[in-house]
Design a protein around this ligand. Sequence first.
Ligand SMILES: NC(=O)c1ccc[n+]([C@@H]2O[C@H](COP(=O)([O-])OP(=O)(O)OC[C@H]3O[C@@H](n4cnc5c(N)ncnc54)[C@H](OP(=O)(O)O)[C@@H]3O)[C@@H](O)[C@H]2O)c1
Length: 351
Amino acid sequence: MSELKEILVIGGTGAQGMPVVKAESGRYRVRVLTRSPEASRAQELAALQNVTLIQGAQDNQKDLHRAFQGVYGAWVNTDGFTLGEKDELYYGIRAYEIARAEGVQHYIWAAIEYALKIADWKEKYHCGHMDTKGRIGDLILAQGQEGMKSSLLTTGPYMEMLMDGMFVPREQPDGSFWWVNPAKDGKIPLISLQDVGVYSLWLFDNLSESAGLNLEVTTDHVSFTDIARIFTEVTGKQGVHKSVPFEQYAPLTEPYPGAYVNWGLGPNAPRDDSIMTWRENFSAWWNYWGEGITKPRDLGLLDRIHPGRIKSLAEWMRRSGYDGRPRSVLKLVEDWNKKHSDKAITYGHGG
Ligand SMILES: NC(=O)c1ccc[n+]([C@@H]2O[C@H](COP(=O)([O-])OP(=O)(O)OC[C@H]3O[C@@H](n4cnc5c(N)ncnc54)[C@H](OP(=O)(O)O)[C@@H]3O)[C@@H](O)[C@H]2O)c1
């Protein structure tokens, strides 16, 4: 065990981080930063071979120094939904700087595309949680590859959000499943989380190719018309998509009235002008994905890196036994629902 290189994973107990820890722990020692080492997801990871936990917070510089100390590599997914845009920008940059100071050799930033920039700076696409990840990704690659190497792993919306999050359909009394949301006919590059682990492992294992690379991953590009149709084909249940204005959709889906994007901290947490409301953030998010502003991914590269990748939404639905009903995926939602069983959240929230 001691001969394996060690990797720090930030966000390792989350929906995206768990498959990464699982994939890497076969080949590396993995150190997982978590605020709550006793919590069930952290304990599930600690039970794996080669995994240790380190208690600390993403928004604490002393914790970050301790966490990065002595590791070979790092995989970092800060949580914009907890931190908010300004704090994520600050600690996202500090995490990179501290990793360099601590002598880390390979740094992987879990990015999202920089929506505002790709959409030619039109404010209707300013989606705080996407833009922060994109800005930090740009800044990291701009530092070049002298010294610490860096790679971006850019994901789109999780395919698993069809089970938990923005894409959960509502079951109707007649047994059909309805997606009622602001999406138009844009094709969204959904990504299956289990494949994120494999892509991350490839980035660590293939430094000569991955240094300086922004690996933009997807499983399948699908519109909501496609999602409803494929759902019907796979499950035999009727799927329906209805596009409605954001103003009609928002009151039915925001976590609670007047929620901010970091809604999980509750309505009374201290906030300033940089914290977008849930509606501001997610109206931009729906504008961006729903209108198909995003650029195509390089599927040839993804096939070469991961020949066994899940290649379609239909395949993912079959493999996961998808039935349109909600399941727990996001830790933030799980934590909220444990604390607020009277105000449990199923639809809408993060993305
Ligand atoms: N939903 C999507 O489709 C999607 C797609 C691409 C990217 N993302 C991005 O992914 C991020 C969220 O990650 P996720 O999807 O894995 O969510 P998640 O399942 O809710 O997990 C959140 C993770 O963040 C950690 N965390 C939160 N605040 C922390 C803090 N102050 N210090 C240390 N750890 C903290 C949690 O760790 P502990 O609770 O164990 O400390 C947990 O590992 C967001 O920034 C989001 O923009 C989401």
